[in-house]
Structure formats: structure tokens, C-alpha cells
Design a protein around this ligand. Structure first.
Ligand SMILES: [Zn+2]
Length: 314
């Protein structure tokens, strides 16, 4: 059976996995990114991780179908260069050529959201479906469109950026430079922002909320307060979900997916997220689009990136 190694380069950890052609993870490990040491050091450690994994499995590097790398930023696939990776401070870093030169195997690269979408569509919640729309609700809102097993990349690898659909013109500032993007509302960061703003309004109006007593205000804490019946927390969660349904409904009208896979830390909220999302989605998607699309939780969790990266090389 063919095997490849998938690498998911993150701001904190580099994850690596040996994945077979069916999408099963045979082995995985991770190492700190140590971004401050610079790109050469990171690429050297990725090389070492690959040699280490091959040795542990009595494989020659040449036995591998290749290596796929998920990169948390903008890439240029034509040149194999990471153009801009803000959270590890990379600008114009050649990735494919140095790794290919050192290891002698095929090296593929992809943006991390697209790699995670590919992983879920191939071997996770979208397995067996031809048209998948995938979103990740984390610090931001990542997105990817997978059609017949291939990520839709677009003209310069920017396709599927659902998180940056502007939902509120002139709304809260987004990291992308625009205002009111979906991720300013429906990400974990967006939920915390809405909760803080709501709390300030409630306190000014003399209203109480359980959120006022929360030391470390996280999206999980807001969902927990909502489950416990807090009015403000429920209003925040409802706004985040309604806006997400709007964004997904709009994207679904373009893509006409069979499956919409929702992952990321916030998807762990379970039915408090999925039940109202499924209920609201048909208000924004065309009737036939809504009938075709099933909204499901992601199943690969943090492994989606390495699995999708490996898929690129298989
Ligand atoms: Zn944005």
C-alpha cells in the first residue's frame, strides 16, 4: 500500500503523520515550531522528522509516495514558495525546492485550511461525497471547497475563503484589513468579542449576566453559559450561528455541496451549534441547495491538516 507523509506547520507545533492511501494515520508525532529560529531551521527539523518517521517504520525515503505540507498562510504553488505566513513570520520562503533537494521525493504544498478541507473530504466526515464545503471555526473561520477529491484552489490559491465574506459592511475590523467579515462574528474570537460588547451594554443598562463572573472569557465559556440559560450568552451564540448559517447558505448556493463539514474548536459545542445551524441554513440557501446538503461535524479533529497534506502527495 502506498504511503505518504503529511506535515501541518502551525504557529506552535509542527505535526507530521505517516498516512496510507486509504487515509489512515499509521503514525504521528509533533515538535515545537520555534518560529523565532527562522525558516532554515524549521525546514531542517521537518526533514529530520521525515527521516525519523521513515526509520521508525523501516522505510526508505524513496518508498514514500511523497511529502505534503500544509502552510498557515499564502502560498505560490507555481514556484513552491510560501509568500506570506504571518504567524511564523515568513515572507517569500522557498519550501518545495529545498525539501525536494534534501529528500529526493515529490513535495506538494497547500494552504492549511484547504489541506484540512481535503483531509475531511477524503478521509473524514465527507468521505464518499463528491462535493464538499468545509469550514473550520477556530481563532478565525477557515474554509475549503473539495470537488471530486481535489481542492478548488482558484487563480492564486485563494478559493474557499468563506471566513472573509463580508457580512456586516463597516463592521468590526478583521485581520485581513476589511471590516465585518464572517470570522469577526462566527469564530471563537468573534464570539468572545460579541460577548464582551454585550456585557458592556448589559452592565451599562444595569442587567446581569453570568458572563460577568467568568475570569477567562472564551467561546467555550460563552457556549457553557448559554447552555446554562444565560440570556446574553444565548443571544451571542444565536447571532454567531445565524451569521454562520447565512455565510454557509450563500457559499452553498455557489458550490451546491452534498456535505458541509464543520470543524474547529467551536464545533465541539455539539448540538447547541449544529441544531440551530441546520434549522437556520435553509433560510439562506436555495431550497434545492438546502435539500442536497447535509451539515455534519468534522471527524478528524486536529489531524485533518496532516491527512489532507498527505493526500496531496498520494
Ligand atoms: Zn476578513
Amino acid at each position: 500500500m502506498r504511503k505518504a507523509i503529511g506535515i501541518d506547520l502551525g504557529g506552535t507545533f509542527i505535526k507530521a503523520a505517516l498516512v496510507d492511501q486509504e487515509g489512515a494515520i499509521l503514525y504521528k508525532e509533533e515538535a515545537p515550531t520555534l518560529a523565532e529560529r527562522g525558516p532554515d531551521d524549521i525546514l531542517l527539523r521537518i526533514e529530520q522528522m521525515i527521516r525519523d518517521i521513515a526509520a521508525k517504520h523501516a522505510l526508505q525515503i524513496s518508498d514514500l509516495s511523497g511529502l505534503g505540507i500544509a502552510i498557515p498562510g499564502f502560498i505560490d504553488d507555481a514556484t513552491g514558495v510560501a509568500d506570506e505566513v504571518v504567524n511564523i513570520g515568513w515572507r517569500n520562503v522557498a519550501v518545495r525546492e529545498p525539501l525536494h533537494a534534501r529528500l529526493g521525493i515529490h513535495v506538494a504544498m497547500e494552504n492549511d485550511a484547504n489541506a484540512a478541507a481535503l483531509g475531511e473530504a477524503w478521509a473524514g466526515a465527507g468521505r464518499g461525497r463528491r462535493f464538499a464545503l468545509c469550514v473550520t471555526l477556530g481563532t478565525g473561520v477557515g474554509g475549503g471547497v473539495v470537488i471530486d477529491g481535489k481542492v478548488l484552489r482558484g487563480a492564486n490559491t485563494m478559493a474557499g475563503e468563506i471566513g472573509h465574506m463580508v457580512m456586516v459592511p463597516g463592521g468590526a475590523p478583521c485581520n485581513c484589513g476589511h471590516h465585518g467579515c464572517l470570522e469577526t462574528i462566527s469564530s471563537a474570537t468573534g464570539v468572545v468579542r460579541l460577548a464582551r460588547e454585550g456585557l458592556a451594554r448589559a452592565q451599562a443598562a444595569g442587567e446581569s449576566s453570568a458572563l460577568a463572573a467568568v475570569q477567562d472569557l472564551t467561546a467555550a465559556a460563552v457556549f457553557a453559559a448559554a447552555e446554562a440559560g444565560d440570556v446574553l450568552a444565548n443571544a451571542v451564540v444565536d447571532e454567531a450561528i445565524e451569521t454562520l448559517a447565512w455565510g454557509l447558505g450563500t457559499a452553498a448556493n455557489v458550490v451546491n455541496p452534498e456535505v458541509i463539514v464543520v470543524g474547529g474548536g467551536m464545533s465541539r459545542a455539539g448540538e447547541r451549534l449544529f441544531a440551530p445551524l441546520r434549522e437556520a441554513f435553509p433560510r439562506y440557501a436555495l431550497r434545492r441547495v438546502a435539500l442536497a446538503a447535509t451539515i455534519v461535524p468534522a471527524t478528524l479533529g486536529n489531524d485533518a491538516g496532516v491527512v489532507g497534506a498527505a493526500r496531496l502527495a498520494l
